[in-house]
Design a protein around this ligand. Structure first.
Ligand code: ADP
Length: 395
């Protein structure tokens, strides 16, 4: 049995899961938060318990050292030699990576070069890779890209209607994100439907703090709602999703903000937070909406409407749809958002059962048995996809 790490290094956090493969059993999982700040917080599952400690973790090097030390001192593993590979989530693989990749000097250089396309994410991912490589130099390290699954999109999906040379010169195109999640749920949907993925038309709705919709035809991403960056597409927790681009200079003029500051508003102060005025968290918004707060109701409506419209659009794009999938924090848990999104889709063959729709956080068919289009809730599992790719690529 091989122990494989799946890690996700952000600028101030490090999330991890350790698997026994090929059994896919989770040995431990956890998170180090507030790296580089005072009072960093380390949490890790130890058997059925949860270890939590607060101490200053000044950088990722010390975060990795702390994690590896506690794995042994808390008896989760006996020796670091048991770890046989590490998979790293990397946000942007550009057009260079259409699949996960074993990390050598050349791969690492390419990921660093792609930082231009993802300045907030790739540098942190690279730091994570380097620190884990230093700590575990003798095992394979594999990069798993958020964009890779969407590299199958055809030109007519990924090109913007801009002067064509901008694509050639600057790489301006739709890349799409959440690819690992869309891939996982599409594969799982095929298993649950007991039909070959190569014959299915699926629409996958990944609805978390970030949200994206994907049209997946015959197992391949055909189109997706996020774009050149994860700011595009549907309304999200704090991100605006699609807006008229002419608003940016208009807002700059009206508010005196720079372009970067306006983009910051679109990324961090818009979406359901902007509309509701008090929270980006769906649970807070649902609670307020239930007590009659109009702006909270409006935030829910706008969020659901945008997703609803993508369902129609992607069904048209694939000349029909066999199943609609809901995943991630909101997709897995919020019956009311799923209901709003699905309402009125009988015209395209979607018939769903309000009682089944109440079930949350587990795999469940929400459609009536006779519904031509199936509706499936599937909890996502990006970590297992990362661990599987480590096993596949390090053979
Ligand atoms: P991230 O994109 O950060 O991974 P998640 O997938 O964890 O986000 O999703 C976070 C969102 O899921 C939040 O808006 C949260 O309110 C929502 N959520 C989580 N649990 C529930 C629940 N039980 N009911 C409704 N919404 C939920």
């Amino acid at each position: 049995m091989a122990k494989i790490f799946a890690v996700n290094a952000g600028s101030s956090s490090l999330k991890f899961q350790l698997f026994d493969m090929p059994e896919e059993k989770v040995i431990t999982k956890g998170l180090i938060e507030r790296i580089g700040l005072k009072d960093s917080v380390f949490t890790m599952s130890v058997g059925t318990d949860r270890h939590k400690e607060t101490k200053d973790v000044p950088n990722h090097e010390e975060a990795v050292a702390l994690l590896l030390d506690r794995l042994i001192s808390l008896g989760v593993i006996q020796s670091l030699n048991e770890i046989e590979g590490v998979g790293h989530r990397v946000v942007h693989g550009g057009e260079v990576f259409s699949d996960s990749a074993l990390i050598d000097q050349d791969t690492l250089k390419k990921i660093e070069d792609l930082s231009e396309l993802a300045p907030l994410h790739n540098p942190a991912n690279v730091t994570g890779i380097k620190e884990f490589q230093k700590a575990l130099p003798d095992v394979p390290h594999v990069a798993v890209f958020d964009t890779a699954f969407h590299q199958t999109m055809p030109e007519n999906s990924f090109l913007y209607s801009l002067p064509y040379e901008y694509y050639k010169e600057y790489g301006i195109r739709k890349y799409g994100f959440h690819g690992t999640s869309h891939k996982y749920v599409s594969e799982r949907a095929a298993e649950l439907l007991e039909r070959p993925l190569s014959q299915l038309r699926l629409i996958s709705c990944h609805l978390g703090n970030g949200a994206s919709i994907a049209a997946i035809k015959n197992g391949k991403s055909l189109d997706t709602s996020m774009g050149f960056t994860p700011l595009a597409g549907v309304t999200m927790g704090t991100r605006s999703g699609n807006i008229d681009p002419a608003l940016i200079p208009y807002l700059m003029e009206k508010t005196g903000k720079t372009a970067d500051e306006v983009i910051d508003v679109l990324n961090k102060k818009s979406g359901m937070l902007g509309v509701s005025g008090f929270s980006s968290d769906l649970r807070d918004i649902e609670m307020e909406a239930n007590s009659g707060n109009h702006r909270a109701e409006l935030a829910l409506h706008i969020f659901a409407d945008r997703i609803h419209k993508y369902l129609g659009s992607y069904a048209a794009r694939m000349s029909g749809v066999d199943a609609i999938i809901f995943t991630a924090g909101i997709g897995e848990n919020s019956a009311s958002i799923r209901a709003k999104v699905l309402n009125g889709l009988e015209f395209m063959g979607v018939y769903w059962d309000p009682d089944l729709n109440k079930i949350r956080g587990q795999e469940v068919f929400v459609n009536y048995p006779h519904s031509p289009v199936k509706v499936i809730v599937i909890p996502t599992n990006e970590e297992i996809m990362i661990a599987r790719d480590v096993v596949r690529l390090s053979k």
